[in-house]
Design a binder for this molecule. Sequence first.
Ligand code: 1CP
Length: 355
Amino acid sequence: MTSAAPDAPAATACPATSDLVHAARREPVGRTPVWFMRQAGRSLPEYRAVREGIPMLESCRRPDLVTEITLQPVRRHGVDAAIFFSDIVVPLAAVGVDLDIVPGTGPVVARPFRTRADLDRLPELTPDHVPDITEAVRLLVAELGETPLIGFSGAPFTLASYLVEGGPSRNHEHTKSLMHGDPQLWNDLCERLAQISGMFLRVQASAGASVVQLFDSWVGALPVSDYVRFVQPHSAVALAAVADLGVPRIHFGVGTGELLPAMGAAGAEVVGVDFRVSLTDAVARLGPAYAVQGNLDPALLFAPWDVIEARVREIVAEGIAAPGHIFNLGHGVLPEVDPDVLTRITALVHEISVR
Ligand code: 1CP
């Protein structure tokens, strides 16, 4: 494996021939680029093998493991991008928040954030908190060559939800109660989270990630009026943290049909579309200034191949008519999926989308 000195410049800051980068910029592509959210993970036997006995958070902090796990789906499926193997709570743990990623559950925070005093437990993130992330990105960029690496972070709302609820939540009741009951504290918490989120993106993009994605997975729980007032300004700050680096930014959430234009306005070049809204409708809502990413229903991967194939063909056709399209699922790969289906979808998208 090639290694780079800590202060070496990024090997390929923006792979010039990448269809993914071109699609994100609404430039012509050779064929529709494709990758899958959660393409690294439990659907792959080689992932389960290298993770054996190593806790999730620990594996996110070991550059050798991060590199291997990030490369696995690229080797196997021939996708057009690698997504950095990490988790949205890694930067929170890095600044000292006491949390764990519990198998089968997700992030669990030891002491949920509810009061002003809790802000003291959330210092700003600096690159010195995450030297291993810089190292892993550099290793990966050297290995990946012309295949772009997507860096990511969690958006302030989704991070706040884990901190305030203490773990995964269906209704986000404590989060909404804080947002409306103490808007000043909510604002201060999200300001801090926007700094952490933006810096985590910046560390990855500075080390050589070609694209970044901001995951606001659970923001579809909000009406657009609350989104615009309580969330959008903070997501805009996180996205602005990499504006000068020239990397395209993807802004993704689930159940966000009503929020798409407001999410685009937060500063992204690409807006993620889940499976509930067609790409055609999403483009009509967003207008011509954005590329779109998505939007095969992850649950459809369990359907017979002819069903999947017909849906993939529809999505690719809608995407060709869009200003720019990156094929993906509407949300992450489910752990029980047969990974061969993902390989087959990748080949199909490439085959039917040649321009
Ligand atoms: O042991 C394991 O394999 C744990 C499962 C797992 C994995 C593989 C978790 C716990 N996180 C991850 C990796 C991960 N997390 C990636 C890797 C890169 C890839 O996509 O291949 C990414 C991008 C994330 C980001 C992430 N973590 C999000 C945003 C994306 C999304 O799915 O909406 C969220 C919401 C999390 C929190 C989280 N971490 C893990 C779980 C199971 C969850 C969700 C829990 C919940 O339902 O609230």
